[in-house]
Design a protein around this ligand. Structure first.
Ligand code: AKG
Length: 413
């Protein structure tokens, strides 16, 4: 099932639980605006390369639309639409004053040089600059983009609109980025994991973890779990997957990577079949990389008791807890809560830019912890009120907040 169908299905189920009016339901589902632009650039060798760029602005009832820009070969309108909708519910779940958006360019950033990426980003910004803005739509990094990409967007946007640091988040610190933003999604995953485990009378210390993905989110989550006394028994990235039943030394693994090594060559663990990671013996499984990795076939033999959705859409609905996981007693912490740490600190960055003031990293991290704890309690309250699982608890929470804001603003054209 594709991501758009899955997200919309979760939304509809939440709307039914909440008893939303069908006209309101329809209007909440339709995106505010879909943007599709041609982005052609000269390659370094003088040849022409053409790409398609997208920005889907899903909803702005609660504030400016917010979401990442990804550079990936699989970026298309349906995928961006699903992710934009997911952002609307995600920002509402953690109660930050934003709506939802997402964008991207269908390209393989690894096959482009830095100067080609800069030209592509500037052309994309030229095409959408009138439709984004500090109080309209605020992009951020996502798969295949980073702080440098945001710096180029900021620079290009500012040529048209004057210096506007709050038009993007996830910027370099020198250009108004926030301390703690780089680690925020991974740190938020750990705060979310802590909140969930605490609810079951457990803690990270002493439990075993399998983590899929060792990019920004996976490596920060792994580092912080390791430092909290969790034992990471398996971890994988595009280079391969390794395991160590006694726990991998994540500090040594990070050092190995910082020195130019690849994960699969780390000598502190044994190589294993990447497909085995998802069904590896562990207490907690954290998919941090791709969507749709937990599908019906892979879910059946899962051994983890808890799954933390650090990636967007890692669980294919066919394998969702309602059908399979709950029968096995597996608890799934849904993406719209589990990976909301990044956008939450993006909000702090935006606030700092608007205030013209910089927070200490301790304040960023403690505020993030406060938002993640509060959101977990709010989700649990929805689960209690509606007798639903955590995914529906999160969806009903997000959808109810957006619906209330929409009704309060009224229907007048
Ligand atoms: C996500 O949470 O998936 C995002 O794209 C958020 C990016 C941001 O606005 O920080």
């Amino acid at each position: 099932m594709n991501s758009l169908v899955a997200t919309s299905r979760n939304f509809r189920q939440a709307a039914r639980i909440l008893g939303l009016d069908s006209k309101l339901e329809k209007s909440l589902l339709i995106p505010f605006r879909e943007i599709k632009v041609e982005c052609s650039i000269p390659r370094d060798d003088g040849s022409l390369a053409s790409f398609v760029g997208f920005r889907v602005q899903h909803d702005n009832a609660r504030g400016p639309m917010k979401g990442g820009i990804r550079y990936h070969p699989e970026v298309d309108l349906d995928e961006v639409n699903a992710l934009a909708q997911l952002m609307t519910w995600k920002t509402a779940v953690v109660d930050i004053p934003y709506g939802g958006a997402k964008g991207g360019i269908g390209c393989s950033p690894r096959d482009l040089t830095k100067s080609e990426l800069e030209r592509l980003t500037r052309v994309f910004t030229q095409k959408i600059h009138d439709l984004i803005g500090t109080h309209t739509d605020v992009p951020a990094p996502d798969m295949g983009t980073n702080a440098q990409t945001m710096a180029w967007i900021l620079d290009e946007y500012s040529k048209f609109h004057g210096h506007s640091p709050a038009v993007v988040t996830g910027k370099p610190i020198d250009l108004g980025g926030s301390l703690g933003r780089e680690a925020a999604t991974g740190r938020g995953v750990v705060f979310a994991t802590d909140a969930l485990l605490g609810d079951y009378g457990k803690s990270i210390q002493g439990l075993t973890f399998a983590i899929q993905g060792f990019g920004n989110v996976g490596s920060w989550a792994a580092k912080l779990i390791h430092e909290s006394g969790g034992k990471i028994v398996a971890i994988g990235d595009v280079s391969g997957t390794i395991r160590n039943p006694n726990g991998l030394d994540i500090h040594q693994l990070l050092k190995h990577k910082a020195e130019g090594g690849v994960l699969k060559d780390f000598t502190g663990g044994d190589a294993m079949d990447p497909d085995e990671l998802l069904v590896h013996e562990c207490d907690v499984l954290i998919p941090c990389a791709l969507g749709g990795v937990l599908n019906r076939e892979k879910m059946l033999p899962v051994k983890a008791k808890y799954i933390i959705e650090a990636a967007n859409h890692p669980t294919d609905p066919e394998a969702d807890e309602v059908k399979i996981l709950s029968k096995k007693g597996v608890v799934v912490l849904p993406d719209i809560y589990a990976n909301a740490g990044g956008v939450t600190v993006s909000y702090f960055e935006w606030v700092q830019n608007i205030q013209g003031f910089m927070w200490h990293e301790e304040k960023v991290n403690s505020e993030l912890q406060r938002y993640m704890k509060t959101a977990f309690r709010n989700i649990k309250d929805m689960c209690m009120s509606h007798g639903c699982n955590l995914r529906m608890g999160a969806f009903t929470l997000g959808v109810s907040r957006v619906a209330r804001a929409t009704l309060l603003r009224g229907w007048e054209a």
